[in-house]
Ligand binder design. Structure first.
Ligand code: FES
Length: 105
């Protein structure tokens, strides 16, 4: 399956799903610009911010408490903002699109 990352400027970057990896790992191993994952997925840096399309929210689950706190520090938080290191991907997410915020260019 595929997950597509869309940059703030509208550039699409298609990646292959690796079941069980985090969405941040998928992004960094595919060189998606704007997903840095500086803390290595510890929910402590906020450099893996994505905005999940509303139709995918139910599959990606809810924010944990740590994630909630990090997102609160984010200037451009949106209602479906997530830290991609906290989303575990599965084949069910085939076709999912996530957007990157302006501050992560
Ligand atoms: Fe640091 Fe997600 S990689 S918060």
């Amino acid at each position: 399956g595929k997950i597509t990352f869309v940059s703030y400027e509208g550039e699409e970057h298609e990646t292959a799903i690796v079941d069980g990896q985090s969405l941040m790992q998928i992004a960094t191993s595919n060189g998606v610009t704007g997903i840095d994952g500086d803390c290595g997925g510890e929910c402590a840096c906020g450099t893996c911010h994505v905005i999940v399309g509303s139709e995918w929210v139910s599959l990606t689950g809810k924010q944990g408490d740590d994630e909630e706190e990090m997102l609160d520090l984010t200037p451009e938080r949106q209602s479906t903002s997530r830290l991609s290191c906290q989303i575990t991907v599965s084949e069910e997410m085939d076709g999912m699109t996530v957007h990157l915020p302006e501050f992560q260019m």
